[in-house]
Write a protein that binds this ligand. Structure first.
Ligand SMILES: Cc1ncc(COP(=O)(O)O)c(C=O)c1O
Length: 364
């Protein structure tokens, strides 16, 4: 039988499609609720959006007809100053997502092994499949902590090239200890620490400053969460310097748009303003955690990120998601091992949290 997809590479044909979140306007017409009344707590975005200075600058930009700088020099300079690192170790991507793919593209030959510790951010498995990596899955324990002995054993057995770790982890918001980090970074593989949510940490620490001390450590960051720029797509990685020329060879030259770089630059130039939003989100997180803990059928996990994972008892987690959805409140449900009785709620504004809690009271 002729395969009608015979031009398409077999591993792409075998991939599961990514489950995208519906855009606001589509959701709004599906639910019959105007977009401004939707409460979007399903993708860990920043409910306050970018700082006003960003909106103003983009509205007045006179550079949108010009191709962007392939080396994103302006934002790299500011990031280097901020982190007290050299610009030559920083690469900018269209979100951390692009950098996850780019790292795999320059490191993975088909069949090479990558360690993944689910439940976690889905792009590690997605980009692994795209790049023909063989994923070695080391599931987390019931409390979402790492199975460190399992990882150490798998490294010996499978000789993987890469290990991706979200820290804080998505979807539970927990972090690894210094001891765990030390054991992982001493392994004979490339360790990618994804610090997408690091700005919301109260207990725990970033390992960004450690990159200069190792040849096998990469740290990823993003402007999507703390800076409210998810829609513009900009993130960065801090790399051992010898990696960077190789990444630059594989990167699309115009991957980061003029608007995205400009927005990130203005955010960095007005850091105290953006930090006010972070502080407010941390405050809201505490408020939401306390409120969720009052429900006998919800068990919220302490989180160091801008979302809270809850175990749902005695009620179907999927039903909770659906019933909130009908009221225009969007939260995340994952039909995945270890998560099917959980919901994940992104931290909204104080007003959104109040509405969510009122809606939850109507459910259980
Ligand atoms: C752990 C983690 N890394 C990266 C991202 C995506 O970041 P970006 O928007 O910069 O691609 C997310 C988004 O949900 C995430 O949870």
């Amino acid at each position: 039988m002729t395969n009608k997809f015979s031009y398409i590479r077999p591993h792409i044909q075998e991939m599961h499609p990514y489950e995208p979140i519906l855009p606001f306007d589509v959701l709004s017409s599906e639910l019959g609720i105007p977009p401004e009344r939707l409460i979007k707590l399903d993708a860990n975005e920043n409910p306050y959006g970018p700082i006003p200075e960003v909106r103003a600058a983009l509205a007045n930009s006179n550079a949108l007809h010009i191709y962007p700088d392939p080396e994103s020099r302006q934002i790299r300079k500011l990031l280097a100053e901020h982190h007290q690192l050299r610009e030559s170790g920083i690469v900018i991507g269209a979100g951390a997502d692009e950098l996850i793919d780019l790292i795999m593209r320059i490191v993975i030959e088909p069949g090479d092994k990558v360690i993944n510790c689910p439940p976690t951010f889905g792009m590690y498995a997605f980009d692994g499949a795209l790049n023909q990596a063989k994923l070695i899955s080391l599931p987390r324990r019931g409390d979402f902590s790492l199975d460190l002995p399992g990882i150490l054993q798998a490294v010996e057995e499978h000789k993987p090239r890469l290990l991706f770790l979200a820290n804080p982890n998505n979807p539970d918001g927990g972090m690894i200890s210094d001891h765990e980090f030390q054991q992982l970074v001493d392994l004979p593989l490339l360790l990618v620490m994804d610090e997408a949510y690091v700005q919301f940490i109260e207990h725990g620490r970033s390992v960004l400053k450690e990159v200069v001390s190792y040849t096998n450590l990469i740290v990823l960051r993003t402007f999507s969460k703390w800076a409210g720029l998810a829609g513009l797509r900009i993130g960065y990685g801090v790399f051992p310097e010898e990696f960077v020329p190789m990444l630059m060879r594989a990167k699309q030259p115009y991957n980061v748009s003029i608007a995205a770089e400009q927005a990130a630059v203005i955010t960095m130039q007005n850091l105290p303003k953006a930090e006010e939003n972070i502080a407010q989100i941390i405050k809201n997180r505490d408020q939401l955690y306390q409120a969720l803990a009052q429900f006998s059928w919800l068990k919220p996990y302490p989180s160091q990120a801008n979302f809270i994972l809850c175990q749902v008892e005695g009620v179907s987690a999927f039903d909770v998601k659906q019933r909130l959805r009908k009221q225009g409140i969007l939260i995340r449900y994952f039909d995945k091992p270890g998560l099917s009785d959980h919901i994940r709620i992104s931290i909204g504004t104080e007003e959104q949290i109040e509405k969510l809690i009122t809606a939850l009271k109507g459910i259980g």
